[in-house]
Write a protein that binds this ligand. Structure first.
Ligand SMILES: O=P(O)(O)OC[C@H]1O[C@H](OP(=O)(O)OP(=O)(O)O)[C@H](O)[C@@H]1O
Ligand SMILES: Nc1ncnc2[nH]cnc12
Length: 170
């Protein structure tokens, strides 16, 4: 099963000059979807029990939830501003195509819990860095930043002080 075959390039989306990596063909194929989730779960650290998996809105929710199930961990949604109903911590960050704010519930992580952060794409690293900061502020321990793919020409991993795992790099 070649995951790469299920990632579609869309030029100039959502802005001119951006080559958008579209994962919807992957999501739509049962074998590709489950193989991707299992491979990503297998990349998690062997020696650490992951307590919680974070999925980042919105594309990180789908496979993040599947990884949590495979690791027998809880799932935490990190959402864009104004979507979570309870008290939140927030971080604003720059994107490849704009800026955004992510939020987490203040009681999502207990101090000392081991947290794996999953998203579909690591681009500039702004989103993942903001999520790492939120985990640290709640007293959690980031064990891995886990992605389907990294866009290496944007050097996103330079912003992250934690191990990065991914299936594909461009
Ligand atoms: O490394 P970065 O430069 O921060 O970019 C990566 C982020 O950008 C995309 O999300 P987007 O904000 O487009 O939201 P979506 O998942 O809801 O489409 C992607 O799903 C990551 O979350
Ligand atoms: N080029 C890209 N394709 C898909 N998602 C992204 N998130 C940030 N940059 C992206």
């Amino acid at each position: 099963m070649n995951i790469q075959d299920f990632i579609r390039d869309i030029p100039d989306f959502p802005k001119p000059g951006i080559l958008f990596k579209d994962i919807t063909p992957l999501l739509g194929n049962y074998e590709a979807l489950t193989s991707c989730a299992s491979k990503l779960a297998n990349l998690s650290p062997r020696d650490i029990k992951v307590d919680k998996v974070i999925g980042v809105e919105s594309r990180g929710f789908i496979i993040g939830g599947m990884i949590a199930e495979r690791l027998e961990a809880g799932f935490i949604p990190v959402r864009k501003k104004g979507k979570l109903p309870y008290e939140v911590k927030s971080k604003t960050y720059d994107l490849e195509y704009g800026d955004d704010t992510v939020e987490i519930h203040i009681d999502a992580i207990k101090p000392g819990e081991h947290v794996l952060i999953h998203d579909d794409v690591l681009a500039t690293g702004g989103t993942a860095k903001a999520v790492c900061d939120l985990v640290e502020e709640l007293g959690g321990i980031v064990v891995q930043c886990n992605f389907i793919m990294t866009l290496d020409f944007l050097n996103g991993s330079d912003k992250l002080k934690y191990p990065v795992a991914s299936l594909l790099s461009y």
